[in-house]
Write a protein that binds this ligand. Structure first.
Ligand code: SAM
Length: 266
């Protein structure tokens, strides 16, 4: 196919077979899975996934790529191509439409919107069984970082509160056409079960995490000043002199719960 890759769509097409095989091996698709691919492009992952799963739904924004992909896929399995911006796709509604309880999502993501896509998927985590994504290595490092690490931050906390995050392997720039300027990594995300998920208001957790990391070097007492006083931070069992980067993800949930209790009318 070899379409001219479009920078504006974040197109870097994977061409090295050994990495394609490793990604497909990590996903381990089975006949009957409800697979959804974000950004199929020219089909580097789509066609081998389709060969096993027989059916796949792919969400692609670039209309120019769709006819050739549909043509190639028709010889392999049942490919349904949704022409849409993935950020506008309601995965819960898509799962219902496909008659599935949960979706298995995969994709070599367009890097220019990788964080919004991750947050969008996390919002729909209840409709997702697992996700396998190719991302910038630096983003995967942040997603999986532990408290105390230099790269631990908002992305680490928000993702780890919703999913188990497992970095799988790195992929060099030369595996893509054109090569991106950065190294890439493949990561697996498995949404936590309803018993494992926290029960605080997600909007309040988000507000606390955002404020706490807005100025990483500040103490929590300073960073959270607009939301909680030092007494409130202590009630959550946390030292107001601590910095956000030392807190475990569930510490932010405890802070959010204190804030939630204070803002709920008695
Ligand atoms: N999966 C192919 C591969 O591995 O060679 C292409 C990966 S390329 C990095 C990203 C793909 O996402 C492109 O096909 C691009 O057109 C598509 N894309 C970009 N923005 C998108 C969006 N908002 N919604 C859906 N697809 C998008």
């Amino acid at each position: 196919m070899n379409a001219r890759p479009k920078k504006s769509f974040g197109q870097h097409f994977l061409h090295e077979k050994r990495y394609i095989d490793r990604i497909v091996g990590a996903i381990a698709p089975r006949d009957g899975d409800t697979l959804v691919e974000i950004g199929p492009g020219e089909g580097a992952l789509t066609l081998p996934l389709l060969a096993v799963s027989r059916r796949l739904t792919a969400i692609e924004l670039d209309t120019d790529l769709i006819p050739a992909l549909a043509e190639r896929a028709s010889r392999v399995g049942e490919l349904r191509i949704v022409h849409a911006d993935v950020l506008k796709v309601d995965f819960a509604a898509l799962a219902r439409e496909l008659g599935a309880r949960c979706l298995r999502i995969a994709g070599n993501l367009p890097y220019y919107i990788s964080s919004p896509i991750l947050f969008h998927c996390v919002e729909h985590a209840a409709a997702i069984q697992d996700m396998h994504f190719m991302l910038q290595k630096e983003v995967v490092d942040r997603m999986a970082a532990e408290p105390g690490s230099k790269v631990y931050g908002r992305l680490s906390v928000m993702l780890q509160l919703a999913c188990r995050v497992t970095p799988l392997f790195d992929v060099p720039p030369g595996a893509f056409r054109p090569p991106p300027k950065v190294d890439s990594s493949v990561v697996r995300l498995v949404p936590l079960s309803s018993q494992e998920r926290h029960d605080a208001d997600p909007a309040i957790v988000h507000a606390v995490v955002k404020a706490a990391f807005a100025q990483r070097r500040k103490t929590l007492a300073n960073g959270l000043r607009q939301l909680l006083d030092a007494e409130g931070i202590r009630i959550a069992g946390i030292d107001p002199g601590a910095r956000a980067e030392t807190l475990a993800p569930l510490d932010f949930v405890r802070l959010a719960k204190v804030l939630q209790a204070r803002s709920t009318p008695k």
